[in-house]
Structure formats: structure tokens, C-alpha cells
Ligand binder design. Structure first.
Ligand code: 3PY
Ligand code: MG
Length: 257
């Protein structure tokens, strides 16, 4: 196992997992946030400025805190997903999965045969899991989670088909892009009523498929609402936002004193 209990077992345990969401380009940030009470840490390579080398160096730091590490790869970079699994992440989030072929391709890089075509070379994962090669090969497909992002009208329309792709463990909602799509490009309103209605539909379909659900929350308060709605994992964005909020609160306190 990369963590004990494994990340999929933690997700299925019933209590929604709250994760940090990191984009600052330094491995110490996810390493330090892993020491707070987050259940896992996500590094965002789609919109964050963290690069491959920094995110890779953060994986053992997060593991040293006993927490699962996840990465969101840039759009279409499924080979990068495999490289992070090799390094020992417990999950990968792939943005803009808008066709069944996108989902199949993503799954093929996430899972070893017979489910997919992940290539062998899991050296960091062997070290972090403590498993030998044979045990890792046998267990890896069930130890790691592939989240396909649903954040467009196209993806919503084929949600059941995406959920049915072997090797796709769940969907992860991008509420900002979804709000832009649902408003026809007129507004970005990730907590608005149109998004909320779509979320209820997504959660019902995910439960019917027996798969997992995750979502991004732009604030802690919204993360609480989404956890109560029943998502298995809610990511609280972001490290930069927390830094700004902390800085502003400290300055305000000092100025009042
Ligand atoms: C979205 O809200 O669209 C996301 O992808 C979260 O970063
Ligand atoms: Mg998005």
C-alpha cells in the first residue's frame, strides 16, 4: 500500500476526505501542508505553476507525513500521469475529459494490463509502498485512483459512459469550468444554482455506477457544503489563496492592535 489504509479505501470509508491543493512551485509547500490536518495533498500542474520536478520532489515529503499524494496533470498529458504513479502518487486527476476516447486513453496510462497499458518502472512507488515488484504489480490497479474531470456540457452528456470505462475510478468536478459551460460562456459562478443542480445529478449517477466522486472547492466554507452533499473527496483551493488570506488576516490584526 502507498498509504495504510490505501487511498481508495480511505475514499470509500464514508467520511469525505478534505485535501490541500497546491500550485506554488516549491515542494516544501505540499510537504508542509501535508503536516496539517488535510487527508491528502493535490499538486496542480494544469493551472498551478508547480512544475514536474518540484511536484515529483514533493511526493516523498507528503508520504513522510503519512498522507496520500495526488497530482492534476495538464490537459491530455496522460504519459505524465504514469510517471507520477511511478513516483508513488495515490491518485491522478485528468482535466477536460470530454469524450469516451479521452477517458479510455487516460485509463490506459493509469492501469497495468489487462485493464490498461501502463508501462513498468514504478521505482519510487516500490520504495514508498514497501511492496516487492510482484506484489506491486498485483495490487497497483487497486491502490491508485484515476479521476476523470467532468467540467463541460460534452462530459455531462456522456457521464454514464465515462463512469463505465474500465480503469476510471471516479469523476472529479471542475465547478468553475462547468459554470462557464452551463452559462454559455457568460459567467464563472462555481457555487451557483446551475452548478448545484448538475452536482446532484452527477452524485446520483456516480453512486449508481459504484464509483468515486471528487470536486474542487474555492473556499473552506464551500468545501464544507460539498462534503455534506456527499462527495468522497473535496479539494480546498488553494495554497496561494490560503497564503493571501493568512497574510491579510495577520495584517488586519496587527493594524487593529
Ligand atoms: C474548475 O473549477 O474548473 C477546476 O478545474 C478547478 O481548478
Ligand atoms: Mg477546470
Amino acid at each position: 500500500m502507498l498509504t495504510n489504509p490505501s487511498f481508495p479505501d480511505l475514499l470509500k470509508a464514508g467520511t469525505p476526505l478534505l485535501t490541500a491543493w497546491c500550485g506554488i512551485p516549491d515542494p516544501s509547500v505540499p510537504g508542509l501542508l501535508a503536516r496539517e490536518e488535510f487527508d491528502a495533498v493535490v499538486m496542480d500542474m494544469q493551472h498551478g505553476s508547480i512544475d514536474f520536478a518540484a511536484a515529483l520532489r514533493a511526493v516523498p515529503l507528503i508520504a513522510a507525513a503519512g498522507k496520500p499524494a495526488l497530482v492534476r496533470v495538464p490537459v491530455g498529458e496522460f504519459a505524465t500521469a504514469s510517471r507520477f504513479l511511478d513516483a508513488g502518487v495515490s491518485g491522478v486527476i485528468a482535466p477536460m475529459i470530454n469524450t469516451v476516447d479521452d477517458a479510455r486513453l487516460f485509463a490506459s496510462f493509469m492501469k497495468f494490463p489487462p485493464v490498461g497499458q501502463r508501462s513498468w518502472g514504478a521505482y519510487g512507488a516500490l520504495s514508498l509502498s514497501g511492496l516487492d515488484a510482484a506484489d506491486y504489480l498485483r495490487q497497483a490497479n487497486d491502490l491508485t485512483v484515476s479521476f476523470a474531470m467532468v467540467e463541460t456540457r460534452e462530459a455531462l452528456a456522456i457521464l454514464d459512459e465515462i463512469l463505465n470505462v474500465p480503469g476510471i475510478d471516479g469523476v472529479f468536478i471542475g465547478p468553475a469550468d462547468l459554470s462557464i459551460a452551463l452559462s454559455g460562456g457568460k459567467s464563472v459562478d462555481p457555487a451557483g444554482p446551475e452548478v448545484d443542480k448538475a452536482l446532484d445529478h452527477v452524485l446520483a449517477r456516480v453512486r449508481a455506477a459504484g464509483k468515486l466522486s471528487g470536486i474542487y472547492a474555492p473556499s473552506g466554507a464551500r468545501a464544507g457544503e460539498l462534503a455534506r452533499k456527499g462527495f468522497n473527496m473535496v479539494s480546498i483551493g488553494s495554497d496561494t489563496a490560503m497564503l493571501r488570506a493568512g497574510a491579510q488576516a495577520s495584517l488586519a490584526a496587527a493594524q487593529q492592535g
